[in-house]
Design a protein. Structure first.
Length: 136
């Protein structure tokens, strides 16, 4: 995972890693989208967001999962939960997310497998954090 994404979205890496270490996951468990949402809910307090609404009308207009914001800059961002980042392509194909919204979109996923994604879309990949937590 790119360090700049960690710095941008994680405010307490040590706390996050400890929380993830305490969170028991079988390594053979298949991580689906709902597991990503659940896991994200467990670690949300360690991230650089002041609020998150899953199913927020602003996100729902674009058929995305959530809207998150930081009070310090009063700017929000669309959040889409996926098991694998490449699954987000369906939102682009369906016209749910347009190029002008790319800089305002964060994919939270277990596995970042989308090599050719637009560089403006940020991806917070959870699996490397979980692995790092288990070494911590």
């Amino acid at each position: 995972m790119k360090d700049e994404i960690i710095k941008k979205y994680v405010k307490d890496l040590d706390g996050l890693l400890k929380e993830m270490d305490n969170f028991i996951l079988e390594t053979t468990l298949k991580i689906g989208e709902s597991a990503v949402v659940f896991f994200f809910g467990r670690i949300f307090r360690y991230l650089n967001f002041d609020g998150l609404v899953i199913g927020h009308e602003k996100a729902s207009e674009n058929k995305l999962d959530a809207w998150a914001w930081q009070n310090k800059n009063k700017k929000g961002i669309f959040v889409e939960f996926e098991s694998r980042s490449k699954h987000f392509k369906k939102h682009i194909r369906n016209g749910d997310v347009k190029p002008e919204d790319y800089k305002n979109t964060l994919i939270v996923c277990w596995d970042d497998n989308w090599q050719e994604r637009p560089s403006e879309i940020d991806v917070l990949e959870l699996e490397p954090l979980w692995k790092q937590a288990n070494k911590h």
